[in-house]
Every structure is written in C-alpha cells, then in structure tokens.
Design a protein around this ligand. Structure first.
Ligand code: C2O
Ligand code: CU
Length: 542
C-alpha cells in the first residue's frame, strides 16, 4: 500500500451557469472538485486549507476508516468545523473498498459545490473481476442552484418551510444542451469504436434519486458503492444520492454522437426540479455533429416500478477472490427504525410549514439535534451533557404506512440520542418508511461500514414472514440504501469498527430536518480493536 499527500484549498470561485454568474465554495477552484485516485489499501493525507468565509468539514463517503472516526468528517458528530483561515489534515484509510466512492463537504449544504470522485483501483498486481477496460471516466451528477446553497438551507430552517429546489442538474459540472446558455459547454466524453469504457457514476445530487442512460448503448453494471456486483445488463440505472455505480460501456454503435442523460426519480407530489441533464458520448474527436442526436429512453419521473426493477437485480459478486459474502447470521442487536417526514409546532407566527407547523424529519420519532460540540470528542473524553445513550430500538408507537395523517400526537421529540453497540455485535436494522406527511424514498447512509441489504419490501415490515425471504447468499454490500416509499429495507453488518458513526438520509433536506442518528461502537478487547487516539490538532469546538 502507498501513502499519498494532497492539498485541498477551499476557496470562493466564480462560476457561470444558466446565464448567470455566482461565487461559490470549491476545492482548488474546480466543480466538481479533484478526483482522488488510489489503490485498494492505500492511506492518504488530505490537508484542507479553509480560505472561505464559513466553517466546513469534509467526509470520505463510503470509506470505512477503520478505528479512525477522527477523520470521518460529519460536522458536530466527529469534529467541529475547520474555521476560515485554518487547516486540518484528514487521514483517509482505505481498507476493503474497491471501485468508486466520493468525498464531499459534510456541513450544512456546502456539499452542493464541494465534492469529487474517489477512484479505488485494484491493489497493485491484482486485476478487475472483468476484462480490463480501455479507459475509465468519472461521471458526477450534481445539482445547480442559482442562489447560495447556504442561504437556501438557513432560510428554510429558520422558517420551517421547504427549501428552494435546484435550478438544474449537472454532469461533470455542466447542465447540458437542454438548459439555457449551456450547450456551448456540455460535457463530451470521447470514445473509440470497438473499445470498452468503465464509467464511474456518482450521484452527488442534493435531494433526488436519478435515472441515467446512454442512447443506443447497453450498460453493464459491475459495481456499486465501492464493491463489485454480479454484472447486470440494462438500458438505464437508478442511483440514489450518495450511491455510486460502475458501468462498462462498449462503443459498438455507428460512430456518431449519442446523448447520455440523467433525470430525477420522484414519486412524491411536492414541487421539485424535474429537468434533465445531458452529456454527449462522442465517437472520435473529428466526427461531425449530426443534426439530431439520439436520446436515451429513461423511465418517467414517477416510475417507481422501473426504479425497483433495476435495484432488485443487484447482487454481490459473491464467492469472488476479493469479496467473500459474509452476512451476519447470529443477530444480537435488532433495531426497527421508522424514517419519517413530519412536523413540529411553530415557535412563532413567521413559520412557513404546511399547516402553520414547521417541517421536520425523524428516526423512531426523534428529530436529531446537533450540539456545537463533537459527539466523538465528548465520548472519547467522557464529557456528559452532550448526548444521551437511549436511542430506542423500536418506534414509540405503531406507524401505519398508509395512514397519511398528521395529528398533534405524532409530533416528534427533539433529541441527541445515540445507540450504543459492543464490538463484534451482529446488527440488523430494518428501516421502515412511513407516511406521516409526504411519503418519499429515503436513501439511508451509514458511516464507518458497508452493510448487506438482505431484504426490502412494500408496506409494514412483518418480523415473522419477511425474514423468511431474506437473501443471505449474495446480498449487495453497500453504504447507502433506498428505503422505499411506504416500504422497508433490512440491512445487516458486523459492528467491528469502534467509534462514533453517523446515520442519516442522504436527501439533504431530510438530513437538515433531523432524519439522523448516531451509532457508537465500543472498543473491543485487544489494542487492534480500539479507537485510535485523536490527531494532535483537531479543529477546536467553540
Ligand atoms: Cu455522503 Cu454522511 O454522507
Ligand atoms: Cu429522506
């Protein structure tokens, strides 16, 4: 394994999109930010210099960081923000991950502009579990807001209403031909006829799951979330925010131009950005642009059946050299956690929520509140008064997935509660989608672990019949799971990573409203199973 060093300079940079210019926070002046390319098992040090105007943290999404939550990044969970004029060096420890992951800011909504790809190649001397592609390309799908994302979320939280929706989606920083003032800069990927390319797709969109496809070309999906899967051939994929997908694409069509496109998947009725971002797959640099370019046939934005048809096909590569499937079978920690969007009473008359309430989100009816302090530091130093250890294993009352009602008795409690686990606990979590207010899929993400998705279904989870249908043979090993609207998803993992780990919905408005919780895994018995000591200069908490 290698050690590498990087400098990330957080700086305000002017960008022009959709006919207007704004200043936004970037890493090293680029959007998306720089790609980190490593080999499996490497360790990297990223020195982040904050030359912006507000505090920021960075997170390495899907990197398990064994024993090292100190460099994991979520604001006020594992560290306090790096203040303007200050720097902090993250130690990013790669272990079993191989494929595509990404990094992003993890404070307020800064990740809208501060994010980039992580490419994890096979360790030196080993190969992909498929023929080596001719070339590789990262495809980062993101959101573009004409306004300042920090203003959008702070205004929404202050008034309790919905934040503004995005004004466009982007592929590699560009909105594409369907948006005003954009077709001169649409991203072009050049290919040679007959060659096979590895596309590394990252959904960095703030608040939407996305479909993606390429006109006339078959996609062969070979990886998800930094692990390989059994190859799937398809004309489209569905990728949730936080997730990554690795695709092989053979350039086997008549040499010309073909659109690749990504459009949102949303089965809710709340207003949202329903626009489509495009890029162009272009054969040979000297091929001329045809008068009309074929467009991929993507599912409609409410097509939940198409989304599900794709995700239900994903299975671990399983049995392969690098990926023994090792699903925990002796579960000793069972959590049944509702994920809900609901409301809280208004503090005053300026409240902009649905019925004079303010919008909120919760897990087991607790809306997570951060403290101006690091939970990791409080745990490590045994400070009291920062968090409570009583996150419930079950919801406080029966949530009817089809109820679609909101009454005062459904109001959530606000709390900073953690779930304590012992080292080597075998954990099952069933996330239950509910319908207290708007029902929506929730891409739930866990820091510090990959987990096996052993089952998913519609309606309320039945703890007698549903486990009989679990896939314990080759379930996908992922870090972000789409919990279906009014349905459930069951995951399993071994708690072998000591420390403090965040769990949250990767739709940022739900995360901001409190659809979050924290796991603390206690130290194991030997030195190799204990939390590392903190680095010398953690950003101070005020
Ligand atoms: Cu992709 Cu908690 O993050
Ligand atoms: Cu959500």
């Amino acid at each position: 394994p290698h050690i590498r060093y990087y400098d990330f300079v957080l700086q305000e940079t002017n960008f022009t999109r959709l006919c207007s210019t704004k200043s936004m926070l970037t890493v090293n002046g680029s959007f998306p930010g720089p790609t980190l390319t490593v080999h499996k098992g490497d360790t990297i040090y990223v020195n982040v210099h904050n030359q912006g105007t507000y505090g920021v943290t960075l997170h390495w999404h899907g990197v398990k960081q064994p024993r090292n939550p100190w460099s994991d990044g979520p604001e006020n969970i594992t560290q306090c923000p790096i203040q303007p004029g200050k720097n902090f060096t993250y130690e990013v420890i790669f272990s079993t991950e191989e494929g595509t992951l990404w990094w992003h800011a993890h404070s307020d909504w800064t990740r809208a502009t501060v994010h980039g790809a992580i490419v994890i190649l096979p360790s030196i001397g080993t190969n992909f579990p498929f023929p080596t592609p001719y070339a590789q390309q990262t495809i980062v799908i993101a959101s573009w807001f004409k306004g300042s994302v920090e203003d959008i979320i702070s205004y929404a939280l202050a008034t309790g209403g919905e934040p503004n929706t995005s004004n466009a989606f982007t592929i590699n920083g560009q909105p594409g031909d369907l948006y005003p003032c954009s077709n001169g800069t649409t991203y072009h990927m050049l290919v040679e006829y007959g060659k096979t390319y590895l596309l590394r797709i990252i959904n960095a969109v703030m608040n939407r799951e996305q479909f993606f496809g390429i006109a006339s070309h078959t996609l062969t999906v070979v990886g998800q979330d930094g692990a390989y899967i059994k190859p799937i051939t398809t004309s489209y994929i569905m990728v949730a925010p936080g997730q990554t997908m690795d695709l092989l694409v053979k350039a086997n069509q008549p040499p010309s131009y073909y659109y690749m496109a990504s459009s949102p998947f949303s089965d809710t009725i709340v207003p949202f950005d329903n626009t489509t971002t495009t890029a162009i797959l272009q054969y040979n640099s000297n091929c001329t642009r045809p008068p009309s370019i074929p467009f991929p046939d993507l599912p409609g934005f409410t097509d939940a059946a198409a989304a599900r048809a794709f995700t239900s096909r994903i299975k671990s590569l399983g049995g392969g050299r690098n990926h023994p499937v090792n699903v925990p079978k002796n579960i000793n920690q069972r959590l049944y956690i509702t994920v809900s969007v609901n409301v809280l009473p208004c503090p005053d008359a300026s409240c902009a929520g649905p019925n004079g309430d303010r919008l909120s989100a919760s897990m087991n009816n607790i809306s997570f509140a951060t403290k101006p302090m690091s939970i990791l530091e409080a745990y490590y130093r045994n400070l009291s008064g920062v968090f409570d250890k009583d996150f419930p294993d079950n919801p406080p009352f029966y949530f009817n997935f089809a109820g679609n009602t909101t009454s005062v008795s459904d109001y959530t409690a606000i709390g900073t509660k953690v779930k304590m686990l012992n080292y080597d606990d075998e954990v099952e979590i069933v996330f239950q989608g509910t319908n207290l207010s708007a029902a929506e899929n929730h891409p739930m993400h866990i820091h510090g672990f990959s987990f096996y998705l052993v089952g998913t279904g519609k309606g309320n989870f039945n703890n007698v019949t549903d486990p009989k249908n679990y896939n314990l043979i080759d379930p996908p090993l992922i870090n972000t799971v789409g919990v279906p609207k009014n349905g459930w998803a069951a995951i399993r993992f071994l708690a072998d990573n000591p420390g403090v780990w965040f769990i949250h919905c990767h739709l940022d408005r739900h995360m901001s409203w409190g659809m979050d919780m924290v796991l603390i895994v206690r130290n194991g018995k030997t030195m190799a199973k204990r939390l590392l000591h903190p680095p010398a200069h953690m950003p101070p908490c005020s």
